[in-house]
Ligand binder design. Structure first.
Ligand code: IDP
Ligand code: MG
Length: 151
């Protein structure tokens, strides 16, 4: 079982696509274990995107992610990190599969609607950044045996 941090970014909130984005993860069968609505501060953005510091798009990225509220979620399931990345699509909407979130709803890399952790270490770091341990809910879903093979 794996957990991943997903963010419906400011453009998703402003465009009213939060429900669509949640639906993708929900219908795929991942299990929601945490969710909150907040506006990311510059300090939190700097920690979350520390790996991108110094890159040409960094200033624009921080301005974008702090520009309006976001919905931050924790989803879990077998291989949840890769499953979520696949549902999101490639970073650049032009390269994202047309059925993916970014492929279906995006056109610009700097307005690509959704964030998802890119590996187990990143997921652990990002989940810790956005959630207190008690905010992540351990629960059994009635459909789990029909979604998770080794439930
Ligand atoms: P990811 O979100 O698919 O993991 P990263 O390479 O980690 O992609 O980049 C983080 C975020 O930074 C992207 O989702 C996108 O919003 C933004 N970004 C990445 N590359 C560019 C760029 O070349 N121009 C503008 N924004 C970019
Ligand atoms: Mg990334």
């Amino acid at each position: 079982m794996e957990r991943t941090l997903i963010i419906a970014k400011p453009d998703a909130v402003q465009r009213g696509l939060v429900g669509e984005i949640i639906s993708r993860f929900e219908r795929a069968g991942l299990r929601l274990v945490g969710m909150k609505f907040l506006q990311i501060t510059p300090a939190l953005a700097a920690r979350h995107y520390a790996v991108h510091q110094g890159k040409p798009f960094y200033a624009g990225l921080i301005a974008y992610i702090t520009s309006a509220p976001v919905v931050v979620m924790a989803w879990e399931g077998p291989g949840a990190i890769q499953v979520a990345r696949k549902l999101m699509g490639a970073t650049r909407p032009a390269e994202a599969d047309p059925g993916s979130i970014r492929g279906m709803y995006g056109v610009s890399v700097g307005r690509n609607l959704v964030h998802g952790s890119d590996g187990p270490e990143t997921a652990a770091f990002e989940l810790d950044l956005f959630f207190e341990p008690a905010e992540l809910v351990e629960w059994a879903r009635a459909a789990d045996p029909w979604v998770f093979e080794d439930n």
